[in-house]
Design a protein around this ligand. Sequence first.
Ligand code: GLU
Length: 368
Amino acid sequence: MYIDKFKKIVIKIGSSTLIDKNGKPKKIWLKEFAKDIRNLVNKKKQIVIVSSGAIAIGCEYLGIKKNGLKVDKSQAVASIGQIELMDFYKNTFNKSKLKISQILLTLDDTEQRRRSINARRTIDNLLAMGVVPIVNENDTTATTEIKYGDNDRLAARVSQIISADCLILLSDVDGLYTDNPKKNKKIKFIKTVKEIDENIKKYATRTENLYGSGGMKTKIEAAKICQLSGCYMAIGNGNSMNPIKKIIENQKCTWFLPRVSKLDARKQWIIGSVAPKGEVIIDQGALDAIRNGKSLLPAGVKRINGNFEKGDHILVKDQNNVECARGLTSFSSSEVGKIKGSHSSKIKNILGYSSREEIIHKDDLVKV
Ligand code: GLU
């Protein structure tokens, strides 16, 4: 459908797509998938793969069960499984004359601007060399608090950082239904989503148990990141053979369309943040100012939640607790606690040192 017009495409492969119910890698599936990628590369498309499966393949290799693994053990298992995973890709992709590389990212690599730019540069260089980068989370160092945990959002953040045209999430269902097809016969299949409204969220909750480890929730969050960064996203069934070919031939899948006006790269990165450190609740005057493209000043801040440092990502919420913007704060949470409600001219007196006048400068602020 849309794929013909895309150049940079990210494809996320979940563990259940790559590994069968007995924990064995699906060799024929990957061989066929590599042929599809070869075809896309022949058409001058640049492909990045985000692949799960390190922990599942590690368990298979060690002969242990995945269920019930504690975090520290699964980190150790991931370090074993990641080499097996890459070995599987390398051997299979070689047969289609595709060169691959491994990129392991942590949450900090995408959430710190400088590191995210470095990641982009590396991936762009690999793509220029005709290589297919294969990305996974660096599970061996990521603990619960500093971890994505699901590759859906990681894939969306990578797509945003490298300015991909499209992200395809290969899942174990065809896409988004209005209800669980196993329970309700009158359900409808959603082909296109322009806006992630309350209805879409409701459908996602109803069908939650149909989806793999990340569930539908993380897929909708991924779609939100893509929409805001001007990237198309599709959810399609990865369990059949040649899923990419089928999506290209416009078989069943759900497309999430990007927001019409595209933000600049830095603002895309701000809005796509997956780990905001805190939030500020603002009054009506500040909300009006933000809507008119102005900065957020201390006078309009009513409350704060969370602990954050200067430069951190924070959410801006209105009086009804609805998110209205995101941005990079110029002050820590303890400083905001002291200056909230005050006129900007008083900041120096209150804090005892001179600083910026805005809590979030308009260049660091993006409306949701
Ligand atoms: N990074 C994990 C792995 O390779 C998978 C995370 C997910 O299931 O999305 O096993």
